[in-house]
Structures are given as C-alpha cells and as structure tokens.
Design a protein around this ligand. Structure first.
Ligand SMILES: Cc1cc2nc3c(=O)[nH]c(=O)nc-3n(C[C@H](O)[C@H](O)[C@H](O)COP(=O)(O)OP(=O)(O)OC[C@H]3O[C@@H](n4cnc5c(N)ncnc54)[C@H](O)[C@@H]3O)c2cc1C
Length: 298
C-alpha cells in the first residue's frame, strides 16, 4: 500500500523498525517477533539497510518475506553511500517487480571499517539526490502503482552532526521534501519538546508532509551508550537519567524505566496530534507490546 494511502487511513500510524539478522537462528527469532507484533496491526514495518550495501541481500530477502507471508506493508531503507546508479536501479527494479510500495531514502554513513572513505565515486551524494532519482524512476512507469514508490526521508529533531547550522539544515530537509518526499521519519529522541519544536520549525519552513516520530524504549544500560552513538547529539533528560541511576545494574528495573519513559513520550505525542509513531524495536517485541498496553491500544 502506498504511504499516502497508509497515512490517509491510519491517524496516527504505528510502525516498527527491524534490522536484517545475519544468522539463520536470529532470522527465525526475528520472524517470530514479527508474527507476534503482526497482531497489533502495524500501519507498516521498515527494514534497515547496512552501511555501503552490507545487508543488501538480507534487507531485500526480509522485505520480500514480510510482504509474502504477512499482512504488513514492509518499507525497505535504501542508502546512497558506496552505490553506483546501476546498483540503485537494480534494487528499485527488484522491489518494484514484487510490488513493494515505498522506500525510505537515506544518505547512509560510510562503513565504520573505512574511516577515510572517498565518496567521489558515489552516484548520489545526499539523500535529496536519491529522492530525485527515485522520483525519476517513478516517472519511468516501471512500478505497478502508477504513482511509483512512496518516498520517506529521515530528519533529526535535535540536529544532524554534519550540519551545526540548524537554519541551513532545515533548508536541506526542505530540499528533500521539494524533490518529492511523501513523509518524514525522525531520529529517536527522549524529550518530546525537541520533537514538537522541530515540528513547528518544519511548519515555519513550509514543510507540510506528515512527520512520524521515532521512539526507542531503553532496554539495557549498555544499549544507552549504543543509542548515544547512533543518535549522536541526542539529549537524555535529567528525569530519565535519575530513574536509570536508581535502577542501577538491575536489568529488569532498567527495562521498566525505559518502557515507562517511552510510554509517557508516546502518550504526550498522541495528545499533541502526532502523525505517527515509529518504534525502533531492536528486533524485540516486549517493550513495544508493553508501551502499547500502557497506551490502552490493546
Ligand atoms: C529514520 C532513520 C532511518 C535510518 N536508517 C538507516 C539505514 O537503514 N541504514 C543506514 O546506513 N543509515 C540509516 N540511518 C542513518 C542515516 O543514514 C545517517 O544519519 C546519515 O548520516 C544521514 O542520512 P540522511 O538521509 O538524513 O542524509 P542527508 O539528508 O543527505 O543529510 C546528511 C547531512 O548532510 C547535510 N546536507 C544535506 N544536503 C546538503 C547539501 N546540499 N549540502 C550540504 N550539506 C547537506 C544534512 O544537513 C545532514 O547534516 C537512518 C536514520 C534515520 C533518522
């Protein structure tokens, strides 16, 4: 289903993100998680794409499996880094041929193993270039839906580290929208003020497409450090840190704090009229299930 139809029929949307597992055992486990979460009737699920195409086949295979064996529309992520135009076209053609309706278009980051990666050979430099290319693909009539792929883009309520000038950053986000993005999905954040302020700034910049909020419940103390790396620059409110300090190294208590905080965030977002909530699940279902329950959604 095209993202425009999904957004029109789900107000707000609820969606989940998964990453493609690397072993058969992890793939089986993830598939059980997906079946478990299917009963929540998510509006869509998305599947990440490894830096430089490192999960190209795994992402493709998981997306196709979800499409063929569940009722949930899967949205593959696709990144520019380390890809030629031909490689991107092959990916788009494969997805179009099996009726995948939407793509989340991203720049991506160079593989961590290649510290001085030279991007001069990449066909697309910024995500906006990839949005433009997918739009061109859409006009070629190669997709079974005459509108072609629905297109999502990323945004960073607290700012992206490469662009400290936040006014300029908003211009760059606007360029992705002007190239034809249909929706925005945000980086995770822990303070709703950051999201609402970002949403207001988008509105002032003339960005009027739906903005889906990315939420990641904290599930472990080690996970927090990883999150801080992934979402470089995100701020952890003192209230949350105080609760985590009280939980200390008690794993179950840390989980409870993380789930409680995410549930409060989601309730605030829903009260504030958010267009959608996207859960970064880390391929697990418990936190999402419990947040759903506390929101009265089950
Ligand atoms: C929802 C979401 C999903 C993600 N999924 C994945 C994934 O599956 N795989 C993966 O590898 N990564 C993923 N990422 C991470 C993302 O690829 C990185 O954060 C990347 O650094 C930025 O991607 P982008 O699409 O926002 O890039 P862009 O929109 O290209 O922006 C990147 C930086 O360049 C700046 N910029 C943009 N246009 C210009 C311009 N014309 N001139 C100068 N500067 C410019 C921007 O302000 C920003 O600082 C995801 C991020 C989010 C929020």
């Amino acid at each position: 289903m095209h993202i425009k139809d999904i957004l029109n029929s789900n107000d707000p949307t609820f969606s989940f993100e998964f990453f493609p597992p690397k072993s058969a055992e992890a793939a089986d486990k993830l598939y059980n998680v997906i079946r478990d979460l299917e009963s929540y009737k998510p509006s869509f699920v998305s599947v990440t794409y490894g830096a430089g195409g490192s999960t190209r086949e795994l992402t493709h295979d998981l997306v196709v499996k979800i499409k063929e064996t569940t009722e949930i529309p899967p949205i593959p992520h696709l990144t520019c880094v380390a890809h030629s135009e031909d490689e991107i076209n092959i990916t788009l053609e494969r997805y179009a041929s099996v009726g995948i309706s939407n793509i989340l278009t991203l720049r991506g980051d160079p593989p961590s193993s290649a510290s001085n990666y030279d991007r001069s050979g990449d066909a697309f430099y910024h995500a906006a270039d990839l949005v433009r290319h997918v739009k061109k693909f859409n006009h070629s009539g190669s997709h079974p839906d005459k509108r072609g792929f629905g297109i999502g883009v990323a945004a960073f309520p607290e700012g992206h580290p490469d662009t400290p000038n936040r006014l300029l950053e908003m211009d760059y986000l606007k360029s992705k929208v002007d190239e034809g993005a249909d929706y925005i999905c945000t980086q995770l954040f822990f303070d709703n003020h950051d999201f609402f302020d970002f949403r207001d700034r988008c509105s002032l910049a003339g960005i009027n497409i739906p903005i889906i909020a990315g939420i990641m419940p904290i599930t472990s103390t080690s996970g927090i450090k990883r999150m801080a790396e992934l979402a470089a620059g995100t701020h952890f409110p003192a209230k949350l840190l105080r609760s985590l300090n009280r939980a200390g190294d008690k794993r179950e208590s840390v989980k409870r704090v993380g789930i409680q905080h995410a549930a409060e965030q989601c309730a605030g977002l829903l009260d504030g009229g958010v267009d959608g909530i996207h859960f970064y699940t880390l391929n697990q279902s418990r936190a999402t299930r419990e947040v759903y329950a506390s929101l009265g959604l089950t």
